[in-house]
Design a protein. Structure first.
Length: 215
């Protein structure tokens, strides 16, 4: 069989396996997701692929005692970093019923992240503050600066490649190391290596099982 046809079949199967692996992140009342892995979003629910996730979130609560007299309090923006594979997660806060509880939450960042079985999911956290007037903020720029630090909540790729890998990345001659092998063999082998290394552990296991079934 043509080597490129083999590689194409491999990639199609691999992408199908990867696409089936998803993480869903739900949020509690008043919580908004402002960014995901360095890119701005605006949502209260996020569906994404398995792997490492960095969220920028904010909490708003109404502390008024009368329905017609709103007293809205907005927390600082917080960076949360965690790993998740094939899970539905719930992001919430402890009960906040008065200003003292809100200030304590905002000071300590007592976010709660739990899996569907109600077990806590570990995460790193950090406030992302901007000095002065905060009417308009560029979260992409602020997160890019934050992610260039060595803070535990900074988002970096967990693959051998130094930048986050996109699903439909283009293969170029620059991606192929010089091994002395024929060009066709190099391209096919490198494509296999690329997609395997780009996957999370669960997808790699499923692919190995699929390979075994082909014999």
């Amino acid at each position: 069989m043509n080597k490129y046809l083999i590689a194409s079949t491999f990639i199609a199967s691999f992408l199908s396996l990867s696409a089936s692996a998803e993480v869903t992140i739900n949020t509690g009342t008043g919580i908004q997701i402002l960014a995901h892995n360095g890119q701005e979003v605006s949502t209260t629910q996020l569906q994404t692929n398995n792997g490492t996730h960095q969220l920028l979130v904010r909490y708003q609560v109404d502390l008024s005692r009368k329905k017609d007299n709103a007293q809205l309090e907005n927390s600082d923006t917080w960076v949360l970093l965690f790993d998740a594979d094939d899970q539905t997660l719930q992001l919430s806060t402890p009960p906040v019923r008065n200003l003292n509880q809100f200030r304590q939450f905002n000071r300590n960042g007592n976010w709660q992240l739990k899996a569907a079985d109600n077990n806590p999911v570990s995460f790193e956290k950090s406030p992302l503050k901007k000095e002065g007037f905060q009417f308009a903020r560029n979260y992409v720029q602020e997160l890019a600066k934050f992610n260039n630090t060595d803070h535990p909540a900074a988002f970096i790729s967990h693959t051998e490649y130094k930048a986050p890998i996109k699903k439909h990345a283009n293969f170029t001659q620059n991606n192929i190391p010089e091994t002395g092998q024929p060009e066709t063999a190099i391209s096919t082998e490198q494509m296999l290596h690329y997609w395997y290394n780009a996957a999370d552990k669960n997808t790699q296991i499923r692919f190995k099982n699929w390979l075994k079934s082909q014999h």
